[in-house]
Design a protein around this ligand. Structure first.
Ligand SMILES: NC(=O)c1ccc[n+]([C@@H]2O[C@H](COP(=O)([O-])OP(=O)(O)OC[C@H]3O[C@@H](n4cnc5c(N)ncnc54)[C@H](OP(=O)(O)O)[C@@H]3O)[C@@H](O)[C@H]2O)c1
Length: 222
């Protein structure tokens, strides 16, 4: 399985500002790239805080890209994957209701039995993989068994860091916007406990964009 982290960040590496409400970073043309990457992916994964705080739809927006997926024999939207220690989704959840993508939620024993039943009745496949934190190796092995060959990760900083630390990421696509957010507590591409030796990368591609941003594509060296 190929795992690609996609991230939009400011020049100072922030993927949101200190308010943590999902600040706009991508330009319109970058959103088109993200939509294409979504359409090319079998599944899109988000971490618990992104899932619960932002409730993303994770659908493919372009009608043409949706049609292309259908022509290739897929659902218009990719599978949506949430990794959340203590799931507390509600009937209002856009993650659960938007689009056509199947939903897989990996969670832990912290999630209540009532919530597990609610998620399953809402049509999600739910796997309890761990006591406090989701076992990421087991989660990705499950996705591989499900036939997921291309997995796109859409953050946040904690989930990116955990996947990188576990050696589970193959590529990073980073849009760098001509912006600085600052703020010591604003999330970055890879938060968590830190990577003392540094994650080693190989630059695959670099593009200067008309919107003043830069698109970088890195292979993660293992
Ligand atoms: N610009 C972008 O491209 C982009 C994309 C997505 C998100 N974001 C931003 O990122 C921020 C959210 O990032 P975040 O770091 O706070 O949260 P996150 O990465 O979305 O989620 C991390 C949470 O996942 C749960 N989790 C369960 N199992 C885990 C495991 N094995 N390893 C790590 N985490 C595990 C943890 O919950 P517990 O702590 O409860 O255990 C952890 O707090 C938001 O501000 C959002 O706007 C930006």
């Amino acid at each position: 399985m190929k795992v690609i982290i996609n991230v939009a960040m400011t020049l100072d590496g922030k993927i949101d500002n200190v308010a943590r409400r999902g600040a706009k970073i991508s330009s319109d043309s970058d959103w088109d790239r993200v939509d294409r990457l979504r359409a090319e992916s079998d599944a899109i994964l988000v971490g618990g805080r992104t899932l619960l705080d932002e409730d993303p739809r994770l659908t493919v927006k372009s009608a043409a890209l949706r049609d292309e997926r259908v022509a290739r024999g897929f659902e218009p939207d990719p599978v949506k994957v949430g990794i959340v220690s203590n799931a507390t989704l509600t009937v209002k959840s856009r993650f659960l209701s938007a689009g056509t993508g199947k939903i897989i939620i990996f969670t832990t024993e912290q999630t209540s039995a009532k919530q597990l039943t609610f998620l399953r009745e809402a049509g999600a496949v739910v796997c309890v993989l761990g006591k406090k934190r989701v076992d990421l190796n087991a989660a990705l092995a499950f996705l591989e068994e499900w036939g997921i060959e291309n997995l796109m990760v859409e953050g946040g900083g904690g989930m990116n860091a955990a996947l990188l630390t576990a050696g589970l990421v193959d590529e990073i696509q980073a849009y760098i916007a001509p912006l600085i957010f600052g703020g010591a507590t604003a999330p970055t591409l890879a938060d968590g406990a830190g990577i003392l030796d540094g994650e080693k990368l190989d630059l695959l591609d670099l593009k200067k964009l008309d919107d003043g941003g830069v698109l970088l594509r890195y292979q993660v060296l293992k």
